[in-house]
Design a protein around this ligand. Structure first.
Ligand code: NAG
Ligand code: NAG
Ligand code: NAG
Ligand code: NAG
Ligand code: NAG
Length: 482
């Protein structure tokens, strides 16, 4: 077994929370300086002239949620003029898009995913401009003006992860290439101007390892105004609704912006005023029996539990007491099982029969009578022939003093998950993510089918490399020492 620790990218520290400590404005790079004013003026003029509704957008996905395979899902995006392709992780647990930039110190240049890692170079894009620290976006992204901000200083960003790895750079504005849905399984290229982070320095696991599942960046799909989704919505191009169907069987899946007409999903309300996608969890059943916690009656939790829906996290993290009850209920059905620990973190065992016959399904119940069932083939992942590990992890994450449950790709895969930020709901339904859904084109009112895509390179799927586990969650969840 490879002794290297798993790539555990933990705790996305959103910079706005630490403006005082991490952010400094710095001098603009002279090469870009001269032409910015005129370019941005031109672009604004252009976008007013061609200001058309994008409506539904189709992103192409690759990867899968199996930690012993890819362990993450990524999307291909196009940036700049001429447009170049970048592969970025899709993360509903964070709020900005950033990509590795030319000359970046310790940005990965090779990936085990068999994809080409391109570095974005603002100097080679005719539509690039930098964002200054006194601009509205910068002030919003940093919860106020950066200390020492003078006009012409760049707006810097800095994202720190709990394992100490980080990405730092500055914001740029450029054209993003988007596939507008124009017919059944049809799309056409269109552009939108977006602000994103240009990474000039990375450290820790983010910058390392030729054998790691490295990507060119990360696209945060959180609720904050800084996300690409919010930017497109504020420009009046899309409705603030998006959906993903992550296909853990075939790889890739469906990822769209726009109102989903088919299939219909049952929904639960998002907890108000949370930066991420929090919902209220009421109970958990294992093979039809509720797990009992505290003095809760009828199997309901005795206090309200929040669960966070996060596509940037691979596994599922449960508070210790819930984890213990869940595992003992599952293992009660398989008393002869010999458990062992792999890489000091994962509970694994040998099993030669069909796991779906041998283990119970786990059902999470949410407010609004929405539930989510994780079948054994979802929550167990194979590491080799007849060897399986549990994807449930015990954690002690808290939000406002309350335990938080983090639901990652392990249970979000093979479902259509719809995030409706207009109505402040999230919902899902079991779905074949290799098939297609129907979305609404707001301009014409027509509904069009959007199909699955899989960018994964088959050749890249080497058996036996390091596992990949991601945990992209905001630091705010942890009770940080004060
Ligand atoms: C998108 O932008 C590029 C570069 O500016 C341009 O060449 C292309 O024609 C644009 N495409 C559309 C559909 O606007
Ligand atoms: C975020 O954007 C929306 C429009 O999309 C706007 O109404 C709201 O005021 C913005 N919030 C902030 C804090 O800028
Ligand atoms: C959410 O925040 C808004 C503005 O800060 C406030 O008016 C509202 O009462 C808050 N809602 C809840 C449920 O806390
Ligand atoms: C959002 O809520 C409104 C009012 O309840 C409803 O008419 C609309 O259909 C909902 N939108 C979606 C996408 O469900
Ligand atoms: C899922 O959909 C694809 C494409 O329509 C189809 O080929 C496949 O058989 C379906 N899988 C299942 C399990 O129904």
């Amino acid at each position: 077994m490879d002794p290297r620790p798993f790539l555990a990218v933990a705790t996305l520290l959103v910079l706005s929370a630490s403006a005082a400590s991490g952010n400094v404005a710095f001098q603009v790079h002279s090469k870009l300086k001269g032409r910015e004013r005129s370019l941005s003026a031109l672009r604004e003029h252009d976008s007013r002239r061609h200001g058309r509704l994008l409506s539904a957008v189709d992103f192409h996905l690759g990867g899968n949620g199996n930690p012993s395979d890819t362990g993450l899902y990524y999307a291909k995006i196009g940036l700049g003029s001429p447009s170049k392709d970048y592969y970025v992780q899709v993360d509903t647990g964070s709020d900005i898009l950033w990509v590795s930039c030319a000359g970046c110190d310790r940005c990965p240049t090779k990936s085990s995913l068999g994809i080409k890692l391109e570095a974005y170079d603002p100097k080679s894009s005719s539509t690039a401009s930098t964002v200054k620290c006194d601009q509205e976006y910068c002030i919003y992204a940093n919860n106020g003006e950066l200390p020492g901000c003078k006009s012409d200083l760049l707006c810097q960003y800095n994202v720190v992860y709990g394992d100490g790895s980080s990405t730092t750079g500055y914001y740029v504005k450029d054209q993003m290439r988007l596939d507008r849905v124009t017919g059944n399984l049809q799309s056409s290229w269109t552009n939108a101007s977006v602000i994103f982070g240009c990474a000039n320095k990375q450290s820790g696991d983010l910058g390392s390892g030729e054998d790691s599942a490295a990507l060119s960046g990360l696209m945060g799909f959180g609720q904050s105004n800084t996300s690409v989704l919010s930017q497109l919505a504020s420009a009046g191009k899309v409705k603030k609704i998006f959906a993903h169907c992550l296909d853990s069987k075939q790889g890739g899946g469906i990822f769209t912006i726009g109102e989903v007409v088919e299939p219909k999903v049952k929904t639960t309300a998002l907890v108000p005023n949370q930066s991420h996608y929090n919902v209220v969890m009421k109970a958990i059943e294992v093979g039809g029996e509720a797990i009992q916690l505290g003095t809760g009656i009828l199997g309901l939790f005795d206090d309200e539990k929040h669960a966070i829906i996060d596509s940037g996290t691979t596994l599922v993290y449960l508070p210790g007491d819930i984890y213990d009850s869940l595992m003992s209920k599952i293992l009660a059905k398989q008393s002869g099982l010999k458990l062992h620990t792999v890489d000091e973190q994962f509970t694994c065992f040998e099993f030669s029969e069909d796991v779906d016959d041998g283990f119970p399904a786990v059902k999470f119940q949410f407010a609004g009578s929405l539930d989510l069932t994780a079948y054994p083939h979802d929550y167990l992942f194979p590491i080799s022939d007849n060897k399986w590990c549990f994807g449930w992890m015990s954690s002690s994450m808290q939000s406002k003093g309350k335990d938080v449950i983090l639901l990652g790709d392990l249970v979000l895969s093979n479902k259509l998950v719809v995030y409706d930020l207009v109505n402040q709901t999230v919902g899902w339904v079991d779905f074949n993510c290799s098939s297609s859904i129907k979305v609404k084109d707001e301009e014409s009112g027509a509904t069009y089918a959007v199909g699955a895509h899989d960018l994964s390179s088959r050749a890249a799927q080497v058996v036996g490399r390091t596992f990949t586990w991601l945990l992209l969650i905001p630091a705010i969840l942890y009770s940080l020492p004060s």
